[in-house]
Design a protein around this ligand. Structure first.
Ligand code: AMP
Ligand code: MG
Length: 488
């Protein structure tokens, strides 16, 4: 691998260098070969043959420079003070095969000075959820961390019950969070200039050409965050804990805990059972993104020539950027171009899904069956089956909508519409129930279901033979929600 451990050269107040604390008897959970190839990991025999030992913290290759990062954050709207890597370590930074810097971060690997009351460990169930979700979002085309693999072990970990300790090698284009700046502002304000330079040079080097690199960088962070959240809304992803310590400065999805993918469409849906007020409900995500940036940006006023007015100008385009990306995406999900009447059709379709509690993913994918008679038999039946269950008034509304949709799609070529429907509406997302089945099997020592889901989600935009009915089945409308909490 092409190592480039630049974070380890920053001011030592920003981190604590230390090795991992090994797990007992680590065993392979799953290994992401495609990502390993991208990183150049596969070219190193030592890394390949000892990946379980490395992820289990038994062996640290000499080029690695493990460290725990300090950061702070606002959690559920409150200032939480110092947080930091309490159970993870940045192990190494490497250039991948497209020359992008990637962080290798091992999560679940013991105590650090930032562990607070925690035990430094991660359990198998949350590790599997993070592993599969990073993979799912990546293949769906949404900027996200991913993972090289995970191991399970004989280290006991106490949560609500005793569970097996696990570790995940997360790979992300950055682990610098909004909360890093909040930490610096509170605990080492003299480092702000140097650290801002590091962020610009490492992640936003194109901003160096601007008259005001700092403002240009901040504008880009705002833009990328708005676009990432628009992507989440379009795919139906709810992050669940959008605290400032869980948002990356690169606008890439980070820190999977109580996340979920939308099933029966309900914009007010809260996946995180610990979120009693619904702060991080699906429909609040765009506003929370704004809230987070709004508490984050003022720290930069400490830097020369950065005024409150200039920062307000950086933040102002957030809403328009979000709206444009979201609305364009929504039209594409109908196979249409971005126009007022396309958008109205999309909103009316969402209302139809919401009023009848229809499945978000299947509803959109089912549109293919309306447009393309040659589509896969599964897709041809998808909307038909859903519509058959509608009460008569809803059926009439649907039929009227379908006529308008046919009129609109007739203004485009069939190939254009089909292409856009196929590429913007996945067949498969990671439903909570799917992850749960893989977890139950893995807790019995069986990782074949993780492997199957990994393969299924590698190709989410195509119908696949390895799928089962359960992979596309939403819960019954009156079924109690699976309890997904922050416990991890
Ligand atoms: P999270 O809710 O996973 O984003 O974590 C918030 C903060 O708590 C971060 O600083 C984590 O490193 C820390 N943390 C979470 N779980 C543990 C744990 N089991 N041991 C130590 N620190 C933890
Ligand atoms: Mg976190």
């Amino acid at each position: 691998m092409r190592y480039q451990n630049t974070y380890a050269n920053l001011d030592p107040r920003l981190y604590h260098k230390q090795p991992p604390t090994a797990l007992k008897n680590p065993r392979a959970g799953h290994f992401n070969l495609a990502l390993a190839e991208k990183l150049g990991w596969t070219e190193d025999e030592d890394l390949m043959s000892r990946w379980v030992d490395i992820l289990g913290g038994q062996y640290v290759p000499t080029e690695f420079e493990p460290l725990a990062m300090a950061y702070a954050g606002h959690q559920f709207g409150q200032w939480a003070g110092q947080l930091g890597d309490g159970r993870g370590l940045l192990m190494a930074q490497v250039l991948d095969n497209s020359d992008t810097l990637q962080d290798l971060h091992l999560k679940g690997i013991g105590l650090t000075p930032y562990s607070r009351m925690g035990d430094g460990r991660a359990v198998l169930r949350s590790t599997i959820r993070e592993y599969l979700c990073g993979h799912a979002l990546t293949t769906l085309g949404i900027p996200s961390s991913n993972a090289l693999g995970f191991v399970v072990s004989d280290t006991p970990v106490r949560r609500e019950r005793m569970e097996a300790g696990a570790a995940l090698m997360r790979v992300a284009d950055s682990h610098v969070r909004l909360g890093h700046i909040e930490w610096i502002a509170s605990f080492a304000p003299d480092l702000l200039g140097e650290f801002t330079d590091y962020m610009i040079d490492t992640y936003y080097s194109e901003c160096r050409d601007s008259d005001s690199p700092i403002l240009s960088f901040l504008q880009k962070v705002v833009e990328r965050t708005a676009r990432m959240i628009a992507d989440w809304q379009l795919i139906g992803f709810a992050h669940g804990v959008m605290n400032t310590d869980n948002l990356s400065i690169t606008g890439s999805t980070l820190d999977f805990g109580p996340f979920g993918f939308m099933e029966r469409f309900n914009p007010a849906w809260i996946n995180n059972h610990s979120d009693h007020t619904g702060r991080y409900a699906y429909q609040n995500q765009p506003a929370i993104g704004y809230w987070n940036l709004n508490v984050w940006l003022p720290h930069f006023m400490r830097l020369p020539d950065v005024t409150r007015e200039a920062l307000a100008e950086c933040l102002a385009p957030y809403e328009a950027t979000f709206m444009q990306h979201y609305q364009q995406g929504l039209c594409r999900k109908l196979g249409l171009t971005h126009e007022t009447d396309s958008l109205q059709l999309a909103f009316d379709f969402l209302t139809l899904l919401e009023d009848n509690l229809l499945d978000y993913t299947n509803g959109f994918r089912g549109l293919l069956g309306l447009i393309d008679p040659d589509t896969h038999p599964y897709e041809k039946q998808l909307l038909v089956t859903m519509i058959n269950e509608l009460p008569p008034e809803a059926l009439t509304l649907y039929q009227a909508w379908r006529e308008r949709y046919f009129t609109k799609t007739a203004t485009l070529t069939k190939a254009e519409v089909v292409d856009s429907l196929q590429n913007n509406n996945p067949v498969y997302v990671l439903r909570n129930s799917m992850a749960q089945r893989a977890i139950v099997a893995a807790e019995q020592g069986q990782f074949t279901e993780v492997e199957r889901l990994y393969n299924l989600l590698a190709n989410p935009y195509n119908v696949q033979d390895i799928a089962t009915e359960l992979d596309t089945m939403p819960p019954a409308p009156d079924a109690p929600q699976l309890p997904i909490s922050c416990s991890s």
